[in-house]
Ligand binder design. Structure first.
Ligand code: S3P
Length: 425
């Protein structure tokens, strides 16, 4: 049985909400990957007291809503879009000026999607990189305004940035999304004492209303295992004959489990048991056995619930019999790398037929993968891990050009896979 590291989305949010609360927040199971550590450093620069109290156990003493102090140095988010965009929202509601920066991958990613609503709320944007990209200066609003905002794309990061800024505004901040994205910010805000209501909107959407200026109080947060990290050993177990793997405490929030639904449709044996719930988040034990997979069509509306999992799904699709069509993948182009192009390239260089048609990815599964390709990781942790998983089942080994970025989300990936019998050299 294995437990993959703590969920990245929850880990960022626990640190940020802890920093915006009064009193102590105790976090267990925090993901100690580079992305999350950068968020912890940013919270310290903004005035919170943060200590590591044990393995994966952290304590945060916050400054209260709108209580951030003026940071003395730029906030560096490394590779993490989530850390950067959520903290932009939190800073936008405080009367401080902060410089946001990150690595070359993060500097190439769009930030206007978050800056636009934050400007409507009263934040001002100072100098920026080209096209509003990092590095940039954000001047938080002294008197932030509550807004009603319709997110232009299904993005939990945009939604969360608006809600975090809305904490400091008087009255109700409302976010409407036409496709529901992960709701960890809403669940955790409620856990910390905010008044926040989420109702269905249209056929797949949500309307979220947050009452501003709550007193957030420190809370206990148990971080479930990250389903986006569990995805790698799960697909490895499915494609390596004879595998039988149990994973504990995997987050089972339905807005994150689109991959499991899809893999089951492909014929994967994934049994779920022992459901429980902590701080509003469901978690489960999963038993995965090697399975014969078949190609399926994945509908566009499922994308938000598995947005980080398409790379490894494409690996599963390559080992399946038949064609897999994944629809509506436009958001993959603006992740840590252009994942749509990178996924197709990863497959092709290993002898798998893959085609991009508009925003869709079509993979021809032949039941096996020739391998022997060298995969370019483009500073993207999930490309590296997906390619290595592909190598475990391929006819010949698969190589990756760089494994360094795996440390952003899954520092123990290589030792953990080795402990399960993988040969990684
Ligand atoms: C995340 C939201 C997603 C996801 C990212 C984590 C979050 O991004 O890709 O890895 O924690 O809110 P978008 O909201 O931009 O789709």
């Amino acid at each position: 049985m294995v437990r993959v590291p703590g969920d990245k989305s929850i880990s960022h949010r626990a640190l940020i909400l802890g920093a915006l609360s009064v009193g102590e927040t105790r976090i267990s199971g925090l993901l100690e990957g580079e992305d999350v550590i950068n968020t912890a450093k940013a919270m310290r620069s903004l005035g919170a007291t943060i200590e590591r109290t044990g393995d994966y156990a952290w304590s945060v003493c916050g400054v209260g809503v709108a209580g951030f102090a003026q940071p003395r140095t730029p906030l560096d988010f490394g590779n993490s879009g989530t850390g950067c965009r959520l903290v932009m929202g939190a800073v936008a509601g405080c009367p401080v000026t902060a410089v946001f920066d990150g690595d070359a991958s993060l500097r190439s990613r769009p930030m206007r999607r978050v800056l636009d609503p934050l400007e409507l709320m009263g934040a001002r944007i100072g100098p920026t990189g080209e096209g509003g990209r990092l590095p940039l200066t954000l001047v938080g609003a002294r008197d932030p305004l509550p807004i009603l905002y319709r997110t232009p794309v299904a993005s939990a990061q945009i939604k969360s940035a608006v809600l975090l800024a809305g904490l400091a505004a008087p009255g109700n901040t409302t976010v409407i999304e036409s496709e529901a994205s992960r709701d960890h910010t809403e669940l955790m805000l409620r856990h910390f004492g905010a008044d926040i209501v989420s109702t269905p909107e249209g056929s797949h959407g949500r309307k979220i209303v947050l009452r501003g200026q709550p007193e957030l109080h420190g809370a206990e947060v148990v971080v479930p295992a990250d389903p986006s990290s569990a995805a790698f050993p799960i697909v490895a177990a499915l494609i390596v004959p004879g595998s039988d793997l149990v994973l504990s405490d995997v987050m089972a929030n339905p807005l994150r489990t689109g991959l499991f639904t899809t893999l089951r449709e492909m014929g994967a044996s994934i049994e779920q048991s022992e459901d429980r719930r902590d701080a509003g988040e469901a978690m489960a034990r999963l038993r995965v056995r090697a399975s014969r997979l078949r190609g399926v069509e994945v509908p566009a509306e499922r994308a938000p619930s598995m947005i980080d999992e398409y790379l490894v799904l494409a690996v599963a699709a390559a080992f399946a019999e038949g064609t897999t069509i994944m629809r509506g993948l436009q958001e993959l182009r603006v992740k840590e790398s252009d994942r749509l192009e990178a996924t197709a390239a990863m497959l092709r260089v290993n002898g798998v037929k893959a085609e991009i048609s508009g925003d869709d990815l079509i993979v021809e599964g032949k039941g096996h993968v020739p391998g022997e390709g060298l995969v370019a990781t483009h500073m993207d942790h999930r490309i590296a891990m997906s390619a290595l998983v592909m190598g475990l089942g391929a006819d010949k080994p698969v190589r990756v050009d760089d494994t360094a970025f795996i440390a952003t989300s899954f520092p123990d990936f290589i030792p953990m896979m080795r402990s399960l019998g993988a040969e990684l050299t």
